[in-house]
Ligand binder design. Structure first.
Ligand code: COA
Length: 277
């Protein structure tokens, strides 16, 4: 019997360094239930040290990326239960959807294949890159049925969206498609659905060719400086750069400089640094 934590609400497929992680409740439009959230948390933990995984692509089975939090199992079933149990269920969701993904050890790409509603904005935005199908439908739909974008969705929108646009969509609950999501900066780009997997795979493969330690330090540094003062940020980035020189087993900085300054075989502005890997 497999000891992998995925297999029911979450599927994982390995493909040349990419781990395709699929939210797998297509009959419920991949609404995120407590069981799915627990499975995702364990899956992310396992993939962090799994050598078959260099990049994660998070997507959804069937027509949806995810219809958000499961209204029946996540909300109604826990609403009147013990507070401690509710908090545990909330914490598990928030941990994988935001905390774990935000500073994940490996690059993460959200591939938004279809419906993306409410709580689904959180893991989508926590991924480093998001690529949507033009035909996908996004909605901060909560106001339509008498609630607010909770979890941490309003906070997520304050990070990824322009102030005026975020308020408009929070207050109107209007939906928008993948093209609009790209225009709004909610996703990195959108492509026709027929090309979505191929394009996502190409982006993932290009990340796999980079120095993984440099990619990791760059993304984590970017995410942390957001809430720092200018002085704190400058000090932190300087320390982070020094740290990179120590923790990078490829010694990419020294190699890159040698190739540019001494060997004259590489110009950073004109092409990819050729690694020996
Ligand atoms: N929570 C719980 N169940 C959900 C769900 C959610 N967020 N979203 C969909 N489902 C369930 C439906 O209840 C239905 O279950 P059933 O077959 O037992 O009746 C099943 O998934 C299919 O949903 P359905 O509405 O029939 O599919 P659709 O393709 O016609 O529409 C959506 C898809 C996503 C547009 C629609 O399901 C929807 O609006 N969902 C709610 C989205 C939302 O506001 N999410 C915010 C939550 S924070």
């Amino acid at each position: 019997m497999s000891s992998d934590p995925w297999g029911k609400n979450v599927l994982v497929e390995f493909d040349e360094g990419i781990a395709w992680v699929t939210l797998n409740r297509p009959e419920k439009r991949n609404a995120m239930s407590p069981d799915l959230n627990s499975e995702m948390l364990l899956t992310l933990d396992a993939l962090e040290t799994d050598e078959r995984c260099g990049v994660i692509v998070l997507t959804g089975a069937g027509e949806a990326f995810s219809a958000g939090m499961d209204l029946r199992e996540y909300f109604r079933a826990t609403d009147d239960g013990p507070q401690a149990k509710r908090m545990q269920v909330y914490r598990t969701a928030a941990t994988w959807q935001w905390r774990r993904l935000l500073t994940y050890f490996k690059p993460t790409i959200a591939m938004v294949n279809g419906w993306c509603f409410g709580g689904a904005f959180t893991p989508m935005a926590a991924c480093d890159i998001a690529i949507a199908a033009d035909e996908a439908t996004f909605g901060v739909s909560e106001v339509n049925w008498g609630i607010i974008p909770g979890g941490n969705v309003s906070k997520v929108l304050s990070v990824i969206m322009n102030y005026r646009k975020a308020l408009y969509y929070i207050m109107s609950g209007e939906t928008f498609d993948g093209k609009k999501a790209a225009e709004l900066g909610v996703v990195t780009e959108s492509v026709p659905k027929a090309q979505l997997r191929e394009r996502t795979r190409a982006v993932a493969q290009s990340l796999l060719k980079k120095n993984p330690t440099a990619v990791r330090q760059a993304k984590i540094a970017f995410k942390y400086v957001d809430e720092m003062s200018w002085d704190e940020s400058a000090e932190y980035l300087s320390a982070k750069s020094d740290q990179l020189r120590v923790v990078d087993p490829e010694k990419g900085r020294a190699e890159g400089m040698k190739k540019f300054l001494d060997d004259k075989e590489y110009r950073p502005g004109l092409g990819e640094y050729k690694r020996d890997k």
